[in-house]
Write a protein that binds this ligand. Structure first.
Ligand code: ZN
Length: 284
């Protein structure tokens, strides 16, 4: 199943993308795709509800804005340097233990929303990533058991301001958390629809030029390891997003480096998870 949320920012409604691509309004189910939904076996309950009610769901006009397919979660946790070629282009070693950092949940936007270059930014960069959404509370879970805690997968652009991230002191969070820095979607694809999440091509283009083109088979730390590892340090709550890291081809790694400018268009995609597209604008 593919979950969507549609409508204007801040008042999105829940829906699904049905087989064949038609968007259906699931407002009648009476819940948003949020922590309470995922934490109460919502995906199975929704499937049962659709069995009886799908024919009565209104079709959503495909020109409608899509929001993040997950309502604002308790956390967005990102994994750094999780593809070896990206670590190399960043001038860093692949770390022995996963690097994790937080991204403010207020950075979340829809998959076709604008990326706003923040005030005083000179190095706004792109990062296509496979993100996972947690399906139930996870604390101290084993790698063997970890996939039972995954609700599904979603396409994420981990937009990053490299000067804020690397030159403003302290943690990476400053360069990762600006408004609009987390375009998520188009869909949350449930786990059963993706046969092998570690064999998905992922790519990103800027103004039609292919910048990133890799495969999740190159992940240093796979999904079971990441879920288990992060759950040793904190409770992962239903709906939480873990972004698994970006492959090589970011603007910072180019010679000379290249960063996003107003007017640029970023497009990205992952096999089975759809594509997204953002226009880049200046803060005003
Ligand atoms: Zn990233």
């Amino acid at each position: 199943m593919k979950l969507i949320r549609f409508g204007s920012a801040g008042s999105e409604k829940p829906g699904i993308c049905a087989p064949g691509g038609k968007w259906l309004d699931c407002s009648g189910f009476g819940e948003d795709w949020n922590e309470a939904f995922f934490g109460s076996d919502g995906i199975n309950r929704l499937l049962q509800w659709l069995d009886k009610n799908q024919a009565r769901c209104a079709t959503v006009d495909p020109s409608t804005r899509l929001g993040s397919p997950v309502a604002r979660p308790s956390k967005i946790i990102c994994v750094g340097l999780n593809y070896s070629l990206h670590a190399k282009e960043s001038g860093m070693e692949v770390p022995e233990q996963p690097v994790i950092f937080m991204k403010a949940t207020s950075s979340l936007v829809g998959p076709f929303d604008d990326i706003i270059i923040p005030k005083n930014s000179v190095k706004t960069d792109w990062e296509v990533e496979l993100a996972i959404v947690i399906g139930k509370r996870a604390l101290y879970v084993s790698e063997q058991d970890a996939m039972n805690y995954v609700a599904g997968y979603v396409l994420h652009n981990d937009v990053s301001e490299r000067d804020f991230q690397l030159n403003h002191g302290g943690q990476w969070v400053k360069g990762k958390s600006c408004d609009t820095f987390a375009p998520l979607g188009p869909w949350l694809v449930t786990q059963d629809e993706i046969a092998d999440p570690h064999r998905l091509r992922l790519w990103l283009k800027v103004n039609g030029e292919r910048m990133q083109d890799s495969n999740t088979s190159d992940l240093v730390h796979g999904i079971p390891k990441l879920v288990s590892y992060i759950s040793q340090y904190m409770s992962l709550l239903p709906g939480d997003v873990i972004s698994t890291g970006t492959p090589a081809g970011v603007g910072m790694g180019l010679k000379p480096p290249r960063y996003l400018q107003p007017g640029d268009v970023v497009e990205l995609g992952i096999d089975g998870l759809g594509t997204s597209k953002q226009n880049v604008k200046a803060f005003s």
